[in-house]
Design a protein around this ligand. Structure first.
Ligand code: HPA
Length: 247
């Protein structure tokens, strides 16, 4: 049985080291996922891969059908999800190209379909979300980094912003006051939906840029982000290959 799903973020729309065996189009009660599920072998085991923004990177963060994606992955029978995400670094330790595995999050997103528990309920359900990421999957990512000899920063607070625009410097200052160490646009509601379906889920974040107003830059250039992510995602591919045998 396939145990692990990988959700690819910006810069990771395909896994070059994945030996693809089949693609599966899934229709869910919540609509269409970002694309067909891609099954293949990686590090000797079968995994399922789904690029969050679509195979051609055309779906912006606020338009991703997070419910359909998580439902489709859950429907395959996987128990664990590694969610790869590009972030902006707020904390001085999170320079571009750094890999990090957050252990907390703050949700600033709005108007996204953010729960499976709203219609046809027999009772109102509130999931526990004290620790939003599964420690089992966080440790899997951290151990894979150790084996692959990749530097990684353990822990941090992921601030999920609405996007698709980047933040103002003042917004980043507010997020820093709140305790955020990194900022992204896709971490929520994805993490909460995974918890609702009892999937063990953690994020492997790749710092693509200094967050707005940090690191001495005046503006954030997409061309710089693309260049950094090319290197960062190469590390992620190595990490993932080392993670699978540790399952
Ligand atoms: N802000 C929000 N999301 C991001 C950033 C950022 O600076 N970089 C990569 N994803």
């Amino acid at each position: 049985m396939t145990e692990l799903a990988i959700i690819g973020g910006t810069g990771l729309t395909s896994l070059a080291n994945l030996q693809i065996t089949r693609r599966e189009v899934v229709h869910t009660p919540y609509g269409e996922p970002s694309g067909p599920l891609v099954f293949g072998t990686l590090g000797g085991k079968e995994v399922v891969f789904l690029p969050r923004h679509g195979a051609g990177h055309t779906i912006p963060p606020h338009r991703v059908n997070y419910r359909a994606n998580i439902w489709a992955l859950h429907n395959t029978g996987v128990r664990k999800v590694i969610a790869v995400a590009a972030v902006g670094g707020i904390h001085p330790s999170l320079a571009p190209e750094t890999l990090t595995v957050p252990d907390q999050l703050i949700d600033y997103t709005w108007s996204r379909a953010s729960t499976f528990f709203e219609d046809d309920l027999s009772h109102v359900t509130h999931i526990d979300f004290t620790r939003p990421y599964a420690e089992s999957v966080r440790q899997l990512i951290l151990n894979a980094c150790r084996v692959a000899k990749l530097d990684v920063i353990d822990g941090g607070v992921y601030g999920a912003m609405q996007g698709p625009r980047l933040e103002t410097a003042a917004e980043i200052t507010r997020m820093e006051r709140d305790g955020c160490t990194m900022v992204g646009m896709t971490g929520m509601p994805e993490a909460a939906l995974a918890r609702e379906l009892e999937l063990e889920y953690a994020t492997c974040a790749v710092v693509a840029n200094w967050a707005a107003g940090r690191g001495g830059g005046e503006t954030i250039e997409m061309s710089d982000i693309e260049r950094i992510l090319k290197h960062g995602m190469a590390k992620v591919r190595t990490l993932l290959e080392h993670a699978v045998p540790l399952l």
